[in-house]
Ligand binder design. Structure first.
Ligand code: PGA
Length: 237
């Protein structure tokens, strides 16, 4: 028998520094209501990840656990300390995250590189931090930094790393990069990260996601603006 099925994808909601506690609680409740039926009957087979600001991890964890969805909805952080636990005021280490069921950490987002002067060396150290905590790093790159970033990350960690291709000029604009350009960029990224999963981020929305879903090379999505509304993020999946 021969049939075609869109493969499962990874969907990461990157809230950035949006929302207050009440809004975060409302979002997760609504989101669970939206996706629970699909998850229950196996209609949704994708991996779902939510990356809230640190203070909301506990509330989200509690909501996901009490809905018995911890196998399906995972938590991510949007950054992690490049250092181990210790005297680094203001930093959140992998050890601090133990007990929160955090499975992923977004590292090297272009906003961190731009506004917080994060370097590719910092990002490589953050990948090492992730490894100490069994957290999967989601390393964000645009084409200009791919080669350097790949060299700085110990090659033994590449297969445990997800690379998010994020063309800076398409982030937050509402206009994703044309599909052929995304595929071309992913091909180039694969030359440097042959064993890493590759996902795309940059204005993924309900109008453009279907075409991207059909592409095997795009193994998931890092979603900013569209993830801020629970129903929109649920509809993407
Ligand atoms: P966007 O953000 O979906 O709003 O473009 C994506 C990102 O910055 O990861």
């Amino acid at each position: 028998m021969c049939y075609y099925r869109v493969m499962s994808k990874l969907y990461i909601a990157n809230w950035k520094s949006n929302k207050n506690r009440k809004e975060a609680q409302t979002w997760i409740k609504q989101f669970i209501d939206e996706v629970k039926p699909g998850l229950a009957v196996g209609k949704i087979t994708d991996k779902i990840v939510v990356a809230p600001p640190f203070p909301f991890l506990q509330d989200l964890l509690a909501a996901i656990d009490s809905a018995n969805l911890d196998k399906y909805i995972h938590l991510a952080v949007q950054d992690i300390s490049p250092y181990e636990a210790g005297s680094y005021t203001g930093a959140v280490s992998a050890m601090n995250l133990e007990g929160f069921n955090v499975k992923y950490a977004i590292v090297g987002h272009s906003e961190r590189r731009k506004y917080f002067r994060e370097t590719s060396e910092d990002v490589a150290n953050k990948v090492e931090s992730c490894m100490t905590g069994e957290i999967t790093p989601v390393v964000c790159v645009d084409l200009p930094e791919v080669e350097k970033q790949a060299k700085l990350i110990d090659s033994k960690f590449h297969s445990k790393t997800i690379v998010a291709y994020e063309p800076v000029e398409h982030i937050g604009t509402g206009i994703a990069q044309p599909l052929d350009e995304i595929l071309d960029a992913i091909k180039r990224i694969k030359n440097h990260f042959p064993s890493s999963k590759t996902i795309y981020g940059g204005s993924v929305n309900l109008d453009n996601v279907e075409a991207m879903k059909q592409e095997q090379a795009i193994e998931g999505f890092l979603v900013g603006s569209t993830s801020l509304k629970a129903d929109a993020f649920a509809q993407l999946i």
